[in-house]
Design a protein around this ligand. Sequence first.
Ligand code: NDP
Length: 244
Amino acid sequence: MQLNFHGLRALVTGAGKGIGRDTVKALHALRARVVAVSRTNANLVSLSKQCPGIELVCVDLGDWEATEQALGSVGPMDLLVNNAAVALTYPFLETTKEVFDRSFNVNLHSVFQVSQIVAQGMINRGVPGSIVNVSSMVAHVTYPNLAAYSSTKGGMTMLTKAMAMELGPYKIRVNSVNPTVVLTAMGQHVTTDPEFVRKLKERHPLRKFAEVEDVVNSILFLLSNLSASTSGSGILVDAGYLAS
Ligand code: NDP
């Protein structure tokens, strides 16, 4: 079945690079009206050249007040992809308050805040909606030097379920995608040791990491009516890692 988001408005956070950028491109190609939110304006400007007509919002989602100002009146939305995140890599014992706070502000507080804004708009208009939280397999398993990051993704698992429970009566579905390593800028930052990478890949039943396209396809599925009875759930895009 061919997906088509014609007539729907979609907000994607972390749209400047990686998974968020390709999600915007896919939604634009499938005729959604996209609002692309990210931190670095140059990345948004280059994206808008590839996707004419998209709206751009440049904001640091780790700043609650700035986010309220930038997105508080973003207008009607049907689809939301909470994708922006930072992966700050520190051993547990060296993780400072600043690292912990920044990780939670960008990766989880902003998901709360943007989802509240978007969901309230859906409820006020009485329209159904779909929200996808981009989580990680590290919501379920450990990974070196990612205690703060993994904690944000573990929190996202419960937030996804809580939102699904409270927003379900308004016909708003909420799900997550949980990828293994994807070699974006973030993925490269957490895989600098070749020997570690070799061993990690070997532990994946499919002997590979995930591609950006694999993650985007799962996001599109969860946004679309193809997943009409799925809510509070998570799709592992982990090359089988959690089964190993
Ligand atoms: P990238 O680092 O490649 O891109 C992240 C995007 O988010 C960038 O455009 C970045 O902006 C934006 N962003 C980061 N912080 C903020 C902020 N404070 N305010 C606004 N925008 C911000 O990451 P990926 O594409 O790899 O990751 C996307 C999602 O996938 C994340 O939720 C991540 O946790 C998840 N994920 C990634 C994996 C991987 O291995 N790559 C594995 C599992 C999950 P800017 O343009 O300024 O850099």
